[in-house]
Ligand binder design. Structure first.
Ligand code: FIX
Ligand code: ZN
Length: 429
């Protein structure tokens, strides 16, 4: 398709709309605004390769439904043994028809590797890859220009790497993740104290000022694009909890001064089955009056909001219509399945136009971005096409320029503007 301005601004027929949406989604380079991927200089905490793909916690949960092995026995196995039993159970003895199993198939297929039989050839392929080249190949196949990380200043494996000094990487953007402070202060306050911060388990004394000093130090060190936390379905605001005091007196003031969004991912029922470890979390409906009150009480702060319960999604769209400092993003975790992505994306387009962020991958293993973004494009193509077909039917011609502009806003500009001061915002064009 040429870039002749005459052609791109010509009204499209229904078939041309469908073609243009598919083509523009395919060529657009997305920003993946929430992942658990790591820049190479953070070393072995960055997961990649076939054994990591197959032992993804989504697949571990599915293993225990199709194999009598106990979690205790499974977690005593080596990584290779774990991958072998999952591969045999979910990919050989059963058909890989779930979203997460099909994703592994899509990654193997993308690299021309066998999608049946054993893992010998695949293991040899990934073992032969140079990580930097592999990352660029994976991002190219996924159609993403950068991945936003999740960086934990109290993770014993990660924090020392940042403190020692790490190489920045143009494809990865840092995020300051606060779960250990906001959700597990009782288990972590002594680490700050040992680092020379005058903090107390009960939050008394100079604790709030010292937590603010700790976080300001990490903002200087890490240069995060936003701060983030996952919160339980029972998250309450306002209340007298230490968590709310940390938000009010340390986290949100820093974010406001830095014009940095705060990402709240709400609705986790942590460790409903602890035996499953990372796969043991569940989902619950949250009370969104918390989000309402935060947006009212902190009008100069910006909130990325993602919710884990399908039942919260419509009310999130209503709140996004009330508060411009609220940016709904993604179809998170248990919602990242075509049947629910379709419902959520349609109601967001109907209520918010192009003023939201449709998806993030939440990838924990590098190559997952290939299938997670392929699935997003596949699911969104008919949804966006029908949106434009309806607009055309109601009397407004649709051009390729419209489609290109809207896709850029949905998958790049809404994020890039939201992490910038208003003075730096770029208008969609
Ligand atoms: O809190 C989070 O960032 C969640 O996305 C993860 O904890 C979760 O395990 C996940 O990877 C979901 O996709
Ligand atoms: Zn996540």
């Amino acid at each position: 398709m040429s870039d002749n301005p005459l052609i791109v601004s010509a009204p499209l027929s229904p078939d041309q709309i469908r073609t243009a949406v598919a083509e523009e989604l395919n060529v657009a380079q997305f920003v993946d605004i929430h992942t658990h991927l790591y820049k190479p200089s953070l070393g072995s905490i960055g997961l990649w390769g076939i054994d990591e793909l197959i032992t993804y916690h989504y697949l571990e949960a599915e293993l225990f439904r199709s194999n009598p092995i106990t979690p205790g026995k499974y977690f005593s196995l080596t990584k290779t043994e774990k991958a072998d039993i999952i591969w045999q159970t979910l990919f050989v003895a059963n058909t890989p028809i779930s979203e997460a199993t099909r994703g592994v198939i899509a990654v193997l297929h993308a690299f021309g590797l066998p999608t049946s039989g054993d893992l010998t050839e695949s293991r040899a392929f990934f073992a032969s890859r140079n990580l930097d080249d592999h990352i660029r190949d994976v991002f190219r196949l996924a159609g993403i220009s950068e991945a936003v990380m999740t960086n934990d200043p109290l993770d014993p494996d990660e924090a020392p790497l940042w403190e020692k000094g790490t190489e920045p990487h143009s494809l990865f953007r840092p995020v300051l993740r606060l779960d250990r402070i906001l959700n597990k202060w009782d288990q972590h306050w002594h680490i700050l104290q040992a680092k020379g911060f005058d903090v107390q388990a009960d939050g008394s004394g100079r604790t709030m000022a010292e937590v603010r000093r700790f976080l300001e130090g990490w903002v200087d060190l890490m240069k995060p694009v936003y701060m983030a936390v996952s919160l339980p379905d029972t998250f309450a605001y306002p209340d007298n909890s230490l968590r709310v005091r940390f938000l009010r007196e340390a986290v949100l003031p820093i974010c406001r001064v830095a014009d940095m969004p705060m990402s709240l991912m709400i609705g986790v029922r942590y460790q409903v089955n602890p035996e499953l470890r990372l796969a043991g979390d569940g989902a619950g409906k949250a009370d969104l009056r918390t989000v309402e009150r935060l947006c009212v009480d902190f009008p100069d702060n910006k909130f990325f909001i993602s919710l884990l319960s399908r039942e919260n999604q419509h009310e999130l769209c209503v709140y996004a219509r009330k508060f411009a400092n609220l940016m709904p993003f993604g179809c998170w975790w248990f919602l990242n399945n075509p049947s629910i992505v379709e419902e959520m994306t349609r109601e967001r387009l109907e209520m918010l136009g192009a003023s939201f962020i449709p998806q993030h991958s939440d990838a924990r293993v590098l190559e997952q971005v290939i299938y997670k973004w392929r699935n997003t494009r596949r699911t969104l193509t008919p949804i966006l096409s029908n949106t434009y077909l309806t607009l055309r039917e109601d009397g407004r011609p649709v051009t390729r320029t419209d489609i290109k502009r809207d896709i850029n806003r949905l998958f790049r500009l809404n994020f890039e503007n939201f992490i910038q001061p208003a003075s730096a915002h770029v208008c969609p064009h």
